[in-house]
Design a protein around this ligand. Structure first.
Ligand code: KIV
Length: 272
């Protein structure tokens, strides 16, 4: 075991609960591969989400629906091999838990055995309660996801802010309370009004992590490729760009192409 591995104290679901209890904010980012997960973990993130946004970011699909369980396991196992400190949460892909709780448990067992992830996340409220109970009974920590749940995009018809109307806001609050009562260790709230998100975070004792849900929650999550500015096409107001890797990477590649064409690469010192 390396010195680093000995020194690092792993983040667990209990760590996150203690952070909420102390009023410390939780940081969470997505990652889908070994190299970037290494950087994200080394930089000190608390939670890495192997999101089904891999369907968009890594595979170029329009929605999260096409990604398969095998593909999620491939991404998650690559991330797990990189991570020494963060809690690794793996998204359950569309179609692997909605059918019934037996199917949900079977999918989770594959994720846990084959990827080595530490917890799973799934979308929905009351309609997935039985699946959550079954997964928790197998000893696997579950994170809920409410608000704009991308696997339901064809039901919503748009990526606009959810739960602006009172009826949907009330249902969302009830679903959050149900997720807590069932035993989920946390909840992601996506693209809902900041006031409602804060109300949910105050109403439940488990950590609530927001994406486009304002600052009144217990932590924040963003898609890595969006916040690093690799993906420039997608720019909703909740994304803050912390880097412009699109320019950095294309600039470096353009320079390499020029150097090869001009026979400036490789030079003598770069040859054997
Ligand atoms: O798949 C994903 O990246 C997510 C985040 C947007 C929370 O679920």
């Amino acid at each position: 075991m390396s010195t680093y591995a000995q020194e690092v104290k792993r983040v667990t679901t209990h760590t996150l609960q203690e952070m909420k209890n102390r009023g410390e904010k939780i940081s969470m980012l997505t990652a889908y591969d070994y190299s970037l997960a290494t950087l994200v973990d080394t930089a000190g993130i608390d939670v890495i989400l192997v999101g089904d946004s891999a369907s968009n970011v890594m595979a170029g699909h329009e929605t999260t629906l096409p990604i398969t369980l095998d593909q999620m396991i491939y991404h998650a196992s690559s991330v797990v091999r990189a991570v020494k400190r963060a809690l690794v949460v793996v998204d359950m892909p569309f179609g692997t838990y909605q059918g019934n709780s037996t199917e949900a448990l079977r999918s989770v067992i594959r994720i846990m055995k084959e990827s080595g992830g530490h917890a799973v996340k799934l979308e929905g409220g009351q309609e997935v309660r039985e699946s959550i109970i079954r997964i928790l009974s197998a000893g696997v920590p579950v994170m809920g996801h409410l608000g704009l749940t991308p696997q339901s995009i064809y039901k919503f018809g748009t990526y606009a802010v959810r739960a602006k109307e009172e009826a949907e806001a009330t249902r969302l609050l009830e679903d959050a309370q149900m997720l807590e009562e069932t035993g989920c260790f946390g909840i992601v709230l996506e693209k809902i009004p900041a006031q409602l998100a804060q109300k949910v975070a105050e109403a439940v004792s488990i950590p609530v992590i927001g994406i486009g849900a304002g600052g009144g929650v217990d932590g924040q999550v963003l898609v890595l490729h969006d916040m690093l500015g690799i993906n420039q096409a997608f720019k909703p107001r909740f994304i803050r760009r912390y880097a412009d890797l699109h320019s950095v990477i294309t600039g470096a590649i353009e320079q390499y192409v020029t150097d090869v064409r001009n026979q400036d690469f490789p030079r003598e010192g770069e040859s054997y």
